[in-house]
Write a protein that binds this ligand. Structure first.
Ligand SMILES: Nc1ncnc2c1ncn2[C@@H]1O[C@H](COP(=O)(O)OP(=O)(O)OP(=O)(O)O)[C@@H](O)[C@H]1O
Ligand SMILES: [Mg+2]
Length: 204
């Protein structure tokens, strides 16, 4: 019986989070692990509705506080209804974005009070922290050029996305044990190889 393991993927737009989290999930399943792979915001009935509100609303039309609270609301439902039960059942939970995204997008780059963002995060996650976080790092422009259908985050100026990248690099520096920084401006297979290595010791 394996114990539950919680792995999150972070990084800017087009860095490869969805691609590499999916590939990792498939690889682990082939090796006989039970895997739950989902994304934020979303992953629950309420979460999917909130995702639509968050990603479809026109740029600038949503108040920053409302945006923050909707993300945290979606997270709270996901943690309680999906993530905790899956961990309890011994699954590997792979999540495409988590609290670090909020810290970076709404806090570091978005200008909301970081301490407040952290406190809200503690409420919505109940203090649950990933065992490992994969940070896919890519220059903002290069990541954006990979994205085909821009949503409202992707419609923000490049300077915002550069700040997002700096925010993530700051988090990586201050959370060395949890976060593994992986250069994502490389061929897909090379990146995936690095991802598998980075989760190796938490899976054992
Ligand atoms: N290493 C890579 N080299 C070339 N193309 C890549 C690489 N990784 C991902 N891609 C391609 O870039 C695009 C964006 O990747 P993906 O959707 O996985 O990124 P994401 O981080 O999930 O983006 P978003 O922030 O928009 O959700 C996809 O078309 C994917 O196939
Ligand atoms: Mg994605």
């Amino acid at each position: 019986m394996f114990k539950g393991i919680f792995i999150t993927f972070e990084g800017g737009e087009g860095s490869g989070k969805s691609t590499h989290s999916r590939l990792l999930a498939a690889w682990l399943r082939r090796r006989g692990r039970r895997v739950l792979h989902t994304r934020e915001p979303g992953g629950t009935v309420i979460g999917s509705k909130l995702r639509r509100i968050l990603l479809d609303s026109k740029p600038g039309s949503m108040d920053a506080v409302v945006e923050l609270l909707l993300y945290e609301a979606s997270r709270s439902v996901l943690v309680n209804e999906v993530i905790r039960p899956a961990l309890k059942a011994g699954k590997v939970v792979i999540l495409d974005r988590f609290q670090d995204s909020t810290w970076v997008y709404q806090g570091f780059a978005g200008g909301m009070d970081r301490k407040l963002v952290e406190q809200l995060g503690k409420i919505s996650t109940g203090g649950l922290q990933p065992d490992r976080t994969i940070l896919l790092d890519i220059p903002a422009r290069q990541g954006l050029s990979r994205v085909r259908r821009p949503n409202r985050m992707e419609a923000k100026p490049v300077s915002f996305h550069e700040k997002v990248r700096r925010g993530y690099l700051h988090l990586a520096k201050t959370n060395k044990k949890r976060i593994r920084l992986i250069r994502a401006d490389r061929p897909m297979a090379e990146v995936q190889e690095a991802v598998r290595k980075a989760v190796g010791n938490v899976l054992r």
